[in-house]
Design a protein around this ligand. Structure first.
Ligand code: URA
Length: 230
């Protein structure tokens, strides 16, 4: 994207609404300005496709994974899921949660009566970190403007943050998933449920706490969705 330059100047705000107190550098501020100027989802998609705010990610990615809209389009959007970052499958296909974690997510959503097609799916980062390493704080800060703008455009009734990176984006960097999951938070006027990432559910297995927690939290999400919207 043309407006997302590299640089070292700092700005005043951190990644998510309640996110880490990381100061935004010039690249993050440029992303925020470019994303904030996008009037539509298609404009975001077009501008994000050329983003070079994170030089390492821009050099190693195959696609910028902007996210999935519900099949019905932009509004009204009842639920947005926010994951961490694209993995290898997502980077290849250009869509979020299409790999093993995504298949588990789809199964768990179906269990609580939710279809992937009625949900918007985003990530904190739009580009795959090489080797699936964890996102760096500076990358989270630089991608912030895209996620802020997409949430503004979608204006969902509820957000479900999947995993610690997404939970920290909304609820603050010191967040512990076990402490914040299982209830609805109010963050800058948005309702947010934070829960385990499907990858953790896979890693810890069928008897692990993450799968049970994720399953219970998706049931909570389905139960508190606004039936009038979407
Ligand atoms: N993990 C994520 O956090 N997001 C994806 O899109 C895929 C795997």
């Amino acid at each position: 994207m043309s407006g997302a330059s590299r640089g070292g100047a700092v700005g005043p705000r951190g990644p998510g609404p309640g996110g880490p107190r990381v100061r935004l550098d010039a690249a993050a501020l440029a992303v925020a300005a470019t994303a904030g100027g996008c009037a539509s989802w298609d404009e975001v998609r077009g501008a994000a496709a050329g983003c070079v705010a994170c030089p390492e990610l821009a050099a190693t990615r195959n696609t910028v994974v902007v996210g999935d809209l519900p099949a019905g389009g932009l509004r009204p959007v009842r639920l947005v899921l926010v994951g961490e970052a694209p993995g290898a499958d997502e980077d290849r296909v250009g869509r979020p949660f299409v790999g093993r974690a995504g298949r588990l997510l789809d199964e768990l959503l179906a269990e609580v009566g939710l279809a992937r097609a009625e949900i918007a799916v985003l990530n904190v980062l739009q580009c795959r970190p090489p080797g699936n390493r964890a996102p760096k704080p500076a990358e989270v800060a630089r991608c912030r403007g895209w996620l802020v703008r997409k949430l503004d455009l979608l204006d969902p009734g509820l957000v479900c943050a999947l995993g610690r990176t997404a939970a920290a984006w909304f609820l603050g960097s010191s967040v512990r998933l076990a402490a914040v999951r299982g209830r609805v938070h109010e963050v800058d006027g948005r309702r947010v449920v934070a829960t385990y990432h499907p990858s953790a559910a896979i890693r810890f297995g069928p008897a692990g706490a993450p799968l049970a927690g994720l399953r219970a939290d998706l049931a909570l999400v389905a139960g508190v969705l606004d039936p009038a919207a979407g």
